[in-house]
Design a protein around this ligand. Sequence first.
Ligand code: AP5
Length: 597
Amino acid sequence: MLAISSSSSCSCSTATSLHPLPNYSASATPSLNPSSISFSSPSSCISSLSFRLHSKTHHLRISQKPKGLRVRCSKNEPLKVMISGAPASGKGTQCELIVQKFGLVHISTGDLLRAEVSAGSEIGNKAKEFMNAGRLVPDEIVTAMVTARLSRPDAKEKGWLLDGYPRSFAQAQSLEELNIRPDIYIALDVPDEILIDRCVGRRLDPVTGKIYHLKNFPPDSEEIKARLVTRADDTEEKVKSRLEIYKQNAAAIFSTYNSILYKIDGNRPKDAVFKDIDSLLSQLQKDKTTKPVKPVLQTESRLDQASSNQEKWRGIPTRLNNIPHSREIRNYFYDDVLQATQRAVNDGRTRLKVEINIPELNPEMDVYRIGTLMELVRDIALSFADDGKRVKVCVQGSMGQGALAGMPLQLAGTRKILEFMDWGNYGAMGTFINIGSIGAKEVGEEDDMFILVAPQNAVGNCIIDDLKAMTDAAGKRPVILINPRLKDLPGSSGIMQTMGRDKRLEYAASFESCYFFRLLYYAGTQYPIMGAIRMTYPYGYELYRRVDEPSGKEKYVPLSTFTERPTIDEINDAFIGKPRNKDKKASGFWGFLSGVF
Ligand code: AP5
């Protein structure tokens, strides 16, 4: 719960009810805090806001220049809700309760398809074999059904609750193209082992359409019990297949709705789950009907900007091999990294790393690239500073002693560049942002977090001791490594290759990825780009194939998702369309990536 107080001396006040958007909530996106957040008086002349969160005071820097309010008037529209989750995560069960309370039109693609199957229609006959095999019904069938249902007057008047659609990135894109967007995207989260038991024990009442479970929710009477039926796809084997398909698609769909996504723990009694959903939807409904709503300071923070950019996320930008990249592409990546990093820090993660190797951001290729890397670091640092945190940006200094002192070539002069960079007009540099080097003595009591620019071992010198001393001194404060290179390199004395190697590697591995982006090429080449891997905290790894379009354009098409970083063989298999967990063979054309993965 946020308790917000304004330190403004200005007396004007505007009652504000905040939509539970990620950038205002205690936890930036998926973890749920449905508590309604309301406060008064964000006015144009506020100089700073402070609020207490987890017993710590944070300061929000806001421009002192009067900028005025921008008022976004919402139309009195009905609610538009999407609910998703693995098979048997409880979507149908929650939908019953949502419809009872909010009167939305429930559109379940599973139910629509089952009705077609029972009616023996052409669509039903086509869909049947896919459903019985636990596979997805082809997009064109389902999309046509959903868009037709959404366009009916009742859905427009009462609002809608879309259950089980979209189930693939392509389906999500179809809705985006038609400008059909929900107000909120709810994802129910339930562990795999629970899901299987829920499916196998599920029974349906063909008369009332109610969902029962033999153990969890048995029917009240013998009469109902006698008429219950089991779904053809509710066998353990088919559930596993449906679950695997869900996992392959989830991350790509989540990324479409990232800014309105709320993950809810579905492994609780159904009333407890509904209580959270109810709070979210009630708040949303209130926001929609209150006029005028949501005054927004024109000085939107970088995080606000990033969120609204994420709303427009349309997949990976194209023309990545055109160097230098356009400002639009650079901004895309800055925002993408920023959001993932914010989510991880807001979730309490403290040892993080960002790895991104697009040519423009890969200082390993030449020293020129460091400018883009600096811009990325500046954006991340400023976004946290906007959030009231004191950020120390650190670059390793020279290592070794006397004539042997040296530093990695790419980092030479980096500290000076950082000092001379434009850090905005609001006096961030020297107050909320400070520049330092790597080591325990850089950790001041006032620092809230640390961003380390490409820390790396050099031949003959190892940064890990300084780094470890620094993280020990930082304690529970976040330390974010941007493009670190912590693998062992040869030492002139031979010491570095042997002594304490395991410990060094273990320490390097203790940093958790909060952002990963890597382009994929054929073995031994840097052109053409064949695909990309993207991971943004807290989601899985998404694998994309780059496809040339007849117009001379190109696009990145999602191929698969993985909970862990995929191996070269897994990438290979996904590209050639081979199912997972089949016999592994020696790495194929991605072989050169072995050093990377
Ligand atoms: P669909 O009917 O949508 O199936 P699903 O997504 O696999 O989800 P389920 O209906 O199995 O589960 P649920 O989350 O609704 O859980 P429920 O509330 O019933 O789709 C079926 C098929 O249609 C797909 O496999 C595909 O072939 C096709 N299809 C559908 N949409 C498609 C699309 N967009 N594109 C392509 N193909 C598509 O609960 C499950 C059980 O758990 C019940 O017994 C319930 O009583 C119990 N339970 C629920 N909540 C709780 C709780 N909190 N605690 C304990 N038990 C609970």
